[in-house]
Design a protein around this ligand. Structure first.
Ligand code: AMP
Ligand code: ZN
Length: 111
């Protein structure tokens, strides 16, 4: 499958990985928009949050719980923001579900 995140997960494309387990990886975004900008990516490929099955959604909640546990270790001790882009209006460019994790400064709030 021609998917950049599947290729990162398979090791075909290099990435700066800060966390990995059986279900997901967390990597540094190559075009950060905050001092800390990670992407949490499930190893299972599905394009959109709208495609997530109940079992995908359960896995996603475990991933978020894991993130809460390791946040302090990866530079997010003062807080973080999570974003999932869904579709064109949100500007989703990579069609493999991912959660943006932003932090490292007091973030402004704009749409
Ligand atoms: P989205 O607009 O939600 O689809 O976000 C996709 C994100 O993936 C963007 O912030 C890109 O900078 C990031 N990205 C694309 N290719 C790579 C890559 N090879 N390694 C790390 N981040 C990437
Ligand atoms: Zn993929």
């Amino acid at each position: 499958m021609d998917c950049v995140f599947c290729k990162i997960i398979n090791g075909e494309i290099p990435s700066e990985k800060v966390y990995e387990d059986d279900t997901c990886i967390i990597i540094k975004d190559i075009e950060p928009i905050a001092p800390v900008h990670y992407l949490m990516i499930p190893k299972k490929h599905y394009a959109y949050i709208k495609e997530a099955t109940v079992s995908d959604a359960m896995e996603l909640s475990f991933m978020l719980n894991k993130l809460s546990q390791i946040a302090d270790e990866i530079g997010l001790e003062k807080g973080f923001r999570l974003i999932i882009n869904q579709g064109d209006d949100a500007g989703q460019t990579v069609k493999h579900l991912h959660v943006h994790i932003l932090g490292g400064k007091k973030l402004s709030w704009e749409a």
